[in-house]
Design a protein around this ligand. Sequence first.
Ligand code: FES
Length: 160
Amino acid sequence: MEFTPENKKKVSEILKRYPEGKVGRQAALLPLLRLAQEQFGFVSEEVMTYVASILDIPPAQIYGVATFYTLFNKKPVGKYHLQVCTNLSCCMEGAEETLSHLEKRLCIRSGETTPDGKFTLSEVECLAACGSGPVIQVNEEYHEDLKTTENVDRLLERLK
Ligand code: FES
């Protein structure tokens, strides 16, 4: 397992942005994990160990960070990763209905991927767009105000 030559250049650029030494290496951890997820699709234990070896820090430190942030996938996800915020503000706007509607439409439960590998559904904590809930993050993109099942259906149609 290795970064592509192009991503190795990006790694060098990222490392140059931070001071040398332990503190700088820790600061580079998040952008390196993002880059790893971009290339490998998800952050497996093997990926964590690889990133730890680049940063010369214990793999357990990478594991702690990767499992804390929902933006890092610990297992393979579908082509579209639908992350539904069910935190307080979104819940008050109907996020639980949004989530259960998606479960019905996709015939999967939160945490699962459709058999064709197209959709993964996840329930996540606050996505920091609380004023316009319910909010769904689809891969890197935010979709807001998904209050009605019609809006959710329209989103699914666009992704099909
Ligand atoms: S509560 Fe949903 S984005 Fe903050």
